[in-house]
Design a protein around this ligand. Structure first.
Ligand code: PBG
Length: 332
């Protein structure tokens, strides 16, 4: 693009900013409810709504309530909901076998939502951390997170979720080779149309803190995730990971966290043109909510500003805990 601009005073940028109508005409990106994926936390029981202390406005929901929430989301035009289970510590083991139990919390929730609200897409998390007594996303032996052994477990987990009716599998584990292994297993099992949104560029980030509280992983995690999640200082590596995951059969790719990594979103979109998503993670949500609660910022305006920034950076959609709040606001 070769911008041509008449010199001042012939050219005045403020002409097109003078009224709301003119501003609307030249707006380059739009945020709609259709851009949103809503991450929700599951808990056992019924009629249960447990607030997550570090994420004001976010609750862990029992299955009956998550079905209601999915119906409300669908009414608001939100196309997808993403499930994260709070797992009872007694179900966490070194071999993570609860991850592929057809009756685990996530798989029961997938079936319940698909039965009651068939139009909403159900996305899952494919990683072992909710089920791992070590709190890691893969199988741990002598303090080492084993790549290839983890893939075997992740494939079993993916197939159980696909069997339950998941529309989008979201591998967030960052093991090498998992996308190819999952895609091959899905093909072989006849799950040809199950989509994969790869957490392709997932950084080892302190922004995940409140999430780990929400899923009960904070106390469980030994050490950190830097041997499998990315170094926040790296950018070229993100492109190589996205290229790799697309080549292995991912349908969509994700960058995570969001706001501090918009440069990565833009590079990924420009380089590949694939459906690109960002995850506005728990810490980003918590920071906005906390500052707003103190009266230091306008929470609603900041919510909208951050979400439109993702669209401007090239994202096709955003995973955000603000999804129902922002969809309600956009509907007004
Ligand atoms: C774990 C997982 C994490 C998130 C999504 N899936 C945390 C982690 O990697 O430790 C973070 C989401 C958030 O912070 O909102 N597989």
């Amino acid at each position: 693009m070769q911008p041509i601009q008449a010199p001042y005073p012939l050219g005045r940028f403020r002409r097109l900013r003078r009224t709301g109508a003119l501003r609307a005409l030249v707006q380059e990106t739009q945020l709609t409810a259709g851009d949103l994926i809503w991450p929700v936390f599951l808990c056992d029981g019924s009629k249960r709504r447990d607030p997550v202390a570090s994420m004001p406005g976010v609750d862990r929901l029992s299955l009956d309530l998550v079905v209601e929430a999915a119906a409300q989301a669908a009414d608001l035009g939100i196309p997808a909901i993403c499930l994260f289970p709070y797992t009872d510590p007694s179900l966490k083991t070194a071999d993570c076998r609860e991850a592929w139990n057809p009756e685990n919390l996530t798989n029961r929730a997938i079936r319940a939502i698909k039965a009651a609200v068939p139009d909403i897409a159900v996305m899952t998390d494919v990683a072992l951390d909710p089920y791992n007594s070590h709190g890691h996303d893969g199988i741990v032996e002598d303090g080492v997170i084993l790549n290839d052994e983890s893939i075997v477990a992740l494939v079993k987990m993916s197939l159980a979720q696909a069997d339950a009716g998941a529309d989008i599998l979201g591998p967030s584990d960052m093991m090498d080779g998992r996308i190819g292994a999952m895609r091959a297993a899905l093909e072989e099992a006849g799950h040809r149309d199950v989509t994969i949104m790869s957490y392709a560029a997932k950084y080892a980030s302190a922004f995940y803190g409140p999430f780990r509280d929400a899923v009960g992983a904070t106390g469980a995690l030994k050490g950190d995730k830097r041997t499998y999640q990315m170094d926040p200082a790296n950018s070229d590596e993100a492109l190589r990971l996205v290229a790799r995951d697309l080549a292995e059969g991912a349908d969509m790719v994700m960058v995570k966290p969001g706001l501090a990594y918009l440069d990565i979103c833009r590079r990924v979109k420009d380089a590949f043109g694939a459906p690109t998503f960002a995850y506005q993670v728990s810490g980003e949500y918590a920071m906005i909510k906390a500052a707003a609660a103190n009266g230091w910022i306008d929470g609603e305006k900041i919510m909208l500003e951050t979400l439109v920034a993702f669209k401007r950076a090239g994202c096709d959609g955003i995973l955000t805990y603000f999804a129902p709040e922002v969809a309600r606001l956009l509907a007004r």
